[in-house]
Design a protein around this ligand. Sequence first.
Ligand code: DAH
Length: 337
Amino acid sequence: MDLKQQILEIKENFARAIENIKDSDDLEQVKIEYLGRKSRFNQILKGLKDLGVEEKKEIGRLANLAKQDFQARLDELKSSITASGRTDSKFDYTLPGKRSRLGRTHPIVTTMREISDIFFGMGFGTEIGPEIETDYYNFQALNMPRDHPARDMQDTFYISGDLVLRTHTTPVQVRTLERSKPPARFIAPGRCYRNEAISVRSHAAFHQIDGFFVDRDVSFADLKGVLVAFARSFFGSDVKLKFRPSFFPFTEPSAEVDISCFLCNGKGCALCKRSGWLEILGCGMIDPVVFDYVGYDPEAFTGYAFGIGIERICLLKYGIDDIRLFFENDVRFLEQF
Ligand code: DAH
């Protein structure tokens, strides 16, 4: 057989041999057989010196190409075997695998979803707005012009003269009403920011869900009905609600809502600080000034609005005593939910 033919044959055999390589032991065998000192291939290379000039050139080139190719194919196989961990032929593929730890839904997200689902069931849609908000939407159109003392209720992170990190989700009301026609019934969930010292009780970032409904003849009774239905569904059917008169610049009248403490049933305990009640949200009838800003006729339309603090509700519901835990993302904490 002439040398060219031999090289071809070796190449074919090599191709078949590497098909059967399963682990690094097999790989080593093939390497010795095809590239080793005693390999047929090496014999040919050794014999080159006895050939004529022309033949030496041609066979030498073929042999060297094949050698490089073998080496490259074997290197490639070696790294794929190493990567798949099949370095040892004694590896037991039947051993059970290690179970990887699964992620969980963050309790804040779970709470937001639960609350949202209850309002979806009552016909509310969802709107979201930007976390970087203009002074206009965050304050002005909510009846808090510049220098209005009510701005002090919310310590604000200012980005530039006109841009702030939104201090509540209430600006989504303005954005939504501006571009829709009544009836408008939406909730607006999202993250908010305030320049607060971080402590057990407060954080500079937190979540709210605002809700609002605008149509002809919407009354405070409608607001009460919706909030009672929400609280019963979320906290249990025995829960009692108390509407306390309050003040927000964008609602008139305004109220804060307390629920009877679900831990002690209103008798007084550490959770409710002996009062029997827990504050859960702010609400009221949308101030006509806001309607002016969004171009609704305050004579023709009325609406209610409410804002729920998610962290607070989540702390209460799960009996968590430190708000900072929500933002640390310590798996040992999150795994409990
Ligand atoms: N935006 C208020 C806050 O962050 C909460 C609030 C109160 C929202 C009354 C409302 C509302 O929509 O009607 O303190």
